[in-house]
Design a protein around this ligand. Structure first.
Ligand code: PHE
Length: 447
């Protein structure tokens, strides 16, 4: 995607940006974090953050990207020459580096399941057996490193060749297919015996479970699922034609994301309660529950394999965006450099991610601040680096860029009126920075 070419169709950009947004965050991470944080209350706080912070911030990144039409670092250098604001882009690169290092571990799990499902290794197993098969796999060091490597390899190959744009065609089939499969799962899940407990877990807020950490995690989760605060959306929107509406693009991505989050929650929790599992099982939650729900559907294995393929695709399109933002800064349109940078950075990410992959096996008991490597990497990215990136992004847009220029850019291709623009501006200039800071300081126990 280097030659500053643009997306061919309106849908092209939305699909690519949605491809970055919709991934493990909505499908794997949301259910497990919500499960650990009491369910319903977490969902409500997450939705509020997504609308009050996520949506305006996504718009802000789109505006930066389309105004500057450059990569994560050059965009800031172009808009604020001679200043250090480009550190926001550099922070995004570091964040995406760490992010892909543990994201690929989960990507690898999907590959493992896919291989097992296709080769019949999962047929005729009951829930308990699934769990032990799975635990065996993720604790095996060689096995988990191999699949993690394969996941990164796919990512490197696509980014090295600059193929992300071509992926938009596949996305236009995969995203609707994902939705349909999820709807099937939801129908099966909510009709299981005892499903009602899961539904009330998801929709009946238990405010007594809410702590300052819950609020931070809900905020981090809303940034994570929308890929914001790390300049990914700046990079993607730099390829965006001027006639496309930024507010509409942002709205549709947020809408799709919320839909997938709700479907994932509705598919997982009724089943968790019906099968007598615990909602706070952590990162393994989805992987323990899914096969059992599928096994209760006619042609279950077939649907399970289809689901895993689409799930892998969704995770990969997010992974592409993480590597892309780093590579595009280095390659600057040079094809040979792009390829070299993709390989070197991709392999470095794999090496950096080794301790995360081993966190479910040999390094299970090795903890820092009470967290395994995997948990620490995830926590640092989602709850520290992404909020800091988003905070700085909001300050940059609302204090460094001219308000009139912002309005001009947002007006291109959209019918946004002054009043809505003002609301957005207030959200970005005041609400977002203050809220992000308050949530972060609250966790530190500052007040
Ligand atoms: N939004 C992606 C997901 O939900 C994760 C992501 C975060 C991707 C930041 C790129 C940048 O899986």
């Amino acid at each position: 995607m280097d030659q500053r070419e643009q997306f061919s169709t309106k849908l092209g950009f939305i699909l690519t940006a949605a491809g970055s947004a919709i991934g493990l965050g909505a499908i794997w991470k949301f259910p497990y974090i919500a499960g650990q944080n009491g369910g319903g209350a977490f969902l409500i706080i997450f939705l509020l953050f997504t609308i009050i912070l996520g949506l305006p911030l996504l718009m802000a990144e789109f505006t930066i990207g389309r105004t500057a039409q450059k990569d994560a670092i050059s965009s800031f250098k172009h808009l604020a020459p001679g200043t250090k604001w480009y550190y926001i882009g550099a922070l995004g690169m570091v964040t995406c580096f760490i992010l892909l290092s543990f994201y690929s571990v989960i990507g690898g799990w999907i590959i493992t399941y896919l291989i097992k499902a296709i080769t019949g290794g999962l047929s005729n197993l009951d829930g308990q057996q699934f769990e032990s098969v799975f635990n065996e796999t993720i604790s095996n060091p060689i096995g988990s490193l191999t699949v993690q490597f394969v996941f990164i390899l796919f990512t490197i190959i696509v980014v090295a060749k600059g193929l992300q744009k071509g992926i938009e065609r596949a996305s236009s089939i995969m995203m609707p297919a994902l939705t349909i499969l999820f709807i099937m799962l939801v129908i099966r899940s909510v009709t299981l015996d005892g499903a009602a407990n899961g539904i009330s877990f998801l929709f009946q807020p238990d405010w007594s479970k809410v702590t300052s950490k819950t609020i931070l995690e809900a905020m981090g989760q809303s940034f994570f699922t929308l890929s914001i605060g790390v300049s990914v959306m700046i990079t993607y929107s730099s390829y965006l034609p001027k006639h496309q509406s930024l507010p509409k693009s942002a709205l549709s991505i947020v809408g799709m994301n919320i839909t997938i989050v709700l479907l994932a929650g509705l598919a997982i929790f009724p089943a968790v309660f019906s099968f007598g599992l615990s909602p706070d099982a952590g990162p393994v939650l989805l992987f323990n529950v899914l096969p059992t729900i599928f096994s209760q559907l006619p042609f279950g294995m077939l649907f399970f394999v289809s689901f895993l393929i689409i799930f892998l695709f969704a995770a990969l399109t997010s992974a592409f965006s993480m590597l892309e933002i780093i590579v595009s800064v280095i390659a600057k349109g040079n094809k040979a450099k792009r390829s070299k940078a993709s390989w070197i950075i991709g392999i470095s990410i794999f090496i950096f991610g080794i301790p995360s992959a081993l966190s479910f096996g040999p390094l299970n008991d090795f903890t820092i601040f009470n967290k395994t490597f995997f948990d620490l990497a995830d926590f640092t990215v989602s709850n520290i680096l992404m909020p800091i990136g988003s905070f700085l992004m909001a300050i940059f847009v609302s204090f460094k860029m001219k308000k009139s220029a912002l309005f001009e850019e947002i007006k291109r291709g959209s019918k946004i009126n002054q009043a809505i623009f003002h609301i957005w501006f207030i959200l970005i200039r005041y609400v977002a920075p203050i809220l992000i800071l308050a949530v972060m300081l609250d966790v530190l126990g500052v007040w």
